[in-house]
Design a protein around this ligand. Structure first.
Ligand code: CP
Length: 312
């Protein structure tokens, strides 16, 4: 569900690098086991990398796009279901749990109700009712498999023992959840890196994830001596779900990258070119976004492998 489920980050990283070196070494581990990949929101990387990870372990995977292929779900208790929801989460989750050995779920934040989103209403309901292990494929508040892949990528690319890693907000026309930024901050705070977070005022992340790290509002200052620049947009947490700025001066440009220690450029993708980042940066030799996306197979496979090993 999050980095809080990881007793030792260094052990987990070691495991991931082993998986990456020999992806087919555990081909029989998932024999006669199955996973349901449930998507309540769109995905390219998570959907495909999860299937590849399962396949590498001999684990059968089935994808369900809940909104287009399932019934509309009801989450509230004790309601008269005379609206447009046809199935209650109690039955839906329990049935999926009866069909599969584990469930992975993508369910974004609504960005309408902070309390509801930060209580992880959908993920918590699946955990409560499905009776099998649940894996977070990006929830309202976190995207741990992305942050884990990011950490693997940073570990593989770092040239100093403790690199400076900068999470920078960048402009986007739409309101996006805080999940990726939350998890990135949370994981980096536990890793052997120096984390800096830069964004316009009003974009402070929840201290539950940022650890109360004071943000640098001067992006250029934050970029100085950075070894990794991690760009992401997110909407406001304090003025929940609002877009407070679309200032194009926050875009990652080649001119700003010159302030860094020849930093690598990272983004979880999908990315809006020439909004978040200039073509010149993402197309440069310092861009490691494809390598980062490829490591999504490794992060998922490592987690699946550990769950399968626990199942015995
Ligand atoms: N980074 C990421 O999760 O990509 P998708 O939304 O395409 O799965």
């Amino acid at each position: 569900m999050s980095v809080k489920d990881v007793p030792s980050l260094s052990d987990l990283l070691e495991e991931a690098l082993e998986v990456k070196q020999n992806p087919f070494a555990w081909k029989s581990l998932g024999k006669n086991k199955s996973i349901c990949l449930l998507f309540l929101n769109p995905s390219l990387r998570t959907r495909l990398s999860s299937q590849r990870a399962a396949q590498n372990l001999g684990l059968d995977s089935v994808v369900l796009d809940v909104n287009s292929g399932g019934w509309k779900l009801e989450f509230a208790d004790g309601v008269v279901m005379n609206g447009d929801s046809a199935e209650h989460i109690k039955e839906a989750a329990a049935v999926i749990g009866a069909y599969f050995d584990m469930v992975a779920i993508r369910a974004f934040a609504s960005l309408k109700n902070r309390e509801e989103d930060y209580s992880e209403k959908i993920l918590s309901a699946f955990i409560k009712y499905c009776g099998v292990p649940v894996i977070n494929m990006e929830s309202s508040t976190g995207h741990p498999l992305q942050a884990f892949a990011d950490l693997i990528t940073i570990t593989e690319n770092k040239i100093v023992e403790k690199p400076k890693v900068v999470l920078t907000w960048a402009p986007h026309p739409n309101a996006l959840p805080q999940a990726v930024a939350n998890s990135f901050a949370e994981w980096m705070l536990k890793a052997d890196v120096e984390l800096a977070i830069t964004h316009p005022e009003g974009y402070e992340l929840s201290s539950e994830f940022s650890g109360g790290l004071a943000p640098e509002f001067d992006q250029r200052k934050a970029f100085e001596n950075a070894d990794f620049i991690y760009a992401k947009n997110w909407s406001s947490y304090s003025e929940y779900g609002k877009v407070l700025s679309i200032d194009s001066d926050w875009m990652v440009t080649s001119e700003k990258m010159k302030l860094t220690n020849n930093a690598k450029f990272m983004h979880c993708l999908p990315v809006r070119r020439n909004q978040i980042v200039e073509d010149e940066v993402i197309d440069s030799a310092n861009s490691i976004v494809i390598e980062e996306a490829a490591n999504r197979i490794v992060s998922m496979q490592t987690v699946l492998k550990m769950i399968l090993e626990d199942m015995g």
